[in-house]
Design a protein around this ligand. Structure first.
Ligand code: KIV
Ligand code: ZN
Length: 523
């Protein structure tokens, strides 16, 4: 084994290319509280496409009109990746998925059915023979709509090999081009999962006509290990999500799969098409739009993933970084925290900085972002790359909002009662309200509610710091729930109260927009 990661030979054969299938927008978004708006989904899809992800699962079109619309818009926007839409093994689902993905350059229908005895008996209430007939009919229907059809055996790892072989055989005969064998409940061990792929590929006569795929959940913390074991067993597609977002304990994390394959090419002779230097940016974006924080010690993208605290480690690092680092931080997009610019920096330098961070803004957005950068540089001594990223993401997220924060004054402290006076800009008209509350944040939210009334429940209020130091920008996430609809708002500012007001307003704006859309649909 060598740890000289820079010199490990990269495999060249086509056979060893592992496709990355990202399901952040479907399996990830499906997890409670992680729902994203259409704009947020588009931002994530565009980044995934740019990053080199092979297949983007854009959503579950039959689930709601919003999901359908998101898959359509993503299908129109994505330039390089295959765009997949999920469908149960039901004719209506497949037709709807086909309708949504047909706008894509490379459309895929992904249809699934349960195969394990426990699912057949309790969920499907169908016999094994009936399910085989369903597979034949639904895969054939999908194949009539698109060339590229993926079939998944839900709960494959708790299904007998004999029955799984029968199902896979039927799916391939009916025209499936990808066969996915998920560990739906996160139950398998790496050895079992690898053996399952070997067995199925050996036993099913036409197995070479399809690409095999892994899809692992992390209930026992084995999702990444199982995925890699499945690849060793012959799978050449890995289904995963940014930050491991997903049902229950989540899915296999895309960044861990990509970096494990890249870093240990000596042990795993495969390649992916993902540009690993964009991993950190993707992680930050998904964390921000889903309001799911990334744990500090998360592999690859956690804040501490490249931090060295102990004296011995720091000493080693200063002598040679390879003493304690098996990957270079820059390979995953972690830059040396750099002091970027000050209040004297001009528009040109700002535009260049944005480009180096991967942002391209139109003239108006650039002007707004530049103005906000100048304001920030006035308040904050050191402006870092992370500050600029937070600022631009905030700018993009709030662009076009009908109600904006114009002014805020807060009285906080031990004396009480805490009070907030807020002025909101509603399409150019200013409205001011004053409210008290159980703490300053509560007072701010109450004041906003006096202007824009709603019945939503606050289900999340989360504060993080963009960088270190007491002058760091606070990044606040707020989640509101109203009649089953969940929206998340974000705000960043050096003043935590201002950031809180912006985040709450952003959520309320989204709620209003959602209500208007639902109303329009109903009409
Ligand atoms: O976990 C699972 O089995 C799934 C299928 C729909 C592929 O997400
Ligand atoms: Zn899943």
């Amino acid at each position: 084994m060598t740890t000289d990661t820079q010199t490990a030979p990269a495999p060249t054969s086509d056979k060893d290319r592992v496709k990355i299938f990202d399901t952040t927008l479907r399996d990830g978004e499906q997890c409670p509280g992680a729902s994203m708006t259409l704009d947020e989904k588009l931002q994530v899809a565009e980044l995934l496409d740019e990053m080199g992800v092979d297949i983007i699962e854009a959503g579950f079109p039959i689930a709601s009109n919003g999901d359908f619309e998101a898959v359509v818009e993503i299908a129109k926007r994505v330039e390089n990746a295959v765009v997949a839409g999920l469908a149960r093994a039901i004719a209506g689902d497949i037709a709807r998925a086909g309708e949504a993905v047909r706008h894509a350059e490379q459309p895929r229908i992904h249809t699934f059915v349960s195969t394990s005895p426990i699912h057949l008996a309790h969920q499907m209430r169908k016999s094994e023979d009936e399910v085989v007939d369903i597979i034949q009919a639904t895969v054939a229907q999908a194949r009539n709509l698109v060339e590229d059809v993926e079939w998944s055996a839900m709960d494959a790892t708790r299904t007998s090999i004999e029955y799984l072989c029968r199902c896979v055989d039927q799916a391939i005969k009916a025209g499936a081009t990808t066969i996915n064998l998920p560990d739906t409940v996160g139950y398998a061990t790496p050895e079992e999962y690898e053996a399952m792929f070997r067995d199925i590929r050996e036993r099913v006569p036409d197995s070479d006509k399809a690409v095999f795929s892994v899809h692992c959940h992390d209930d026992l913390g084995l999702a990444v290990a199982n995925s890699l074991a499945g690849v060793k067993g012959g799978a050449r597609q890995v289904e995963c999500t940014i930050n491991g977002l997903g049902e229950r304990a989540g899915n296999a994390s895309l960044e861990e799969i990509v970096m494990a394959i890249k870093t240990r090419a000596d042990a795993m002779p495969y390649v992916t098409g993902v540009n690993s230097q964009m991993l950190m940016r993707a992680s930050r974006l998904v964390s921000a739009v889903s309001a799911f924080p990334v744990q500090y010690n998360k592999a690859i993208v956690g804040k501490n993933a490249f931090a060295h605290e102990s004296g011995i480690h720091q000493d080693g690092m200063l002598k040679n970084t390879e003493t304690y680092e098996i990957m270079r931080p820059e390979d995953v997009g972690v830059k040396e925290t750099s002091l970027v610019m000050g209040k004297h920096s001009g528009r040109h330098a700002f535009r260049e900085k944005l480009a180096s961070l991967g942002y391209e803004l139109g003239d108006n957005a650039l002007e707004d972002a530049f103005r906000r950068f100048k304001d920030l540089a006035d308040k904050k001594k050191h402006v870092f790359d992370e500050d600029i990223e937070a600022l631009v993401e905030d700018e993009v997220a709030t662009a076009g909002e009908a109600v904006k924060l114009a002014a805020l004054t807060v009285i906080a402290g031990t004396g009480g009662p805490q009070r907030a006076t807020i002025t909101l800009d509603i399409d150019g008209r200013h409205e001011t309200r004053e409210a008290s509350g159980d703490g300053p944040v509560d007072a701010i939210f109450n004041a906003i509610k006096m202007v824009i009334d709603h019945n939503a429940t606050l289900t999340l209020y989360q504060v993080g710091a963009v960088t270190q130091g007491t002058d760091a920008q606070a990044e606040v996430s707020v989640r509101l729930e109203e009649a089953g609809k969940v929206v998340t708002g974000r705000g960043a500012d050096t003043d935590t109260m201002v950031a809180s007001a912006k985040a709450y307003l952003s959520a309320v704006n989204k709620l209003t927009l959602k209500r208007e859309r639902l109303h329009a649909q109903a009409v």
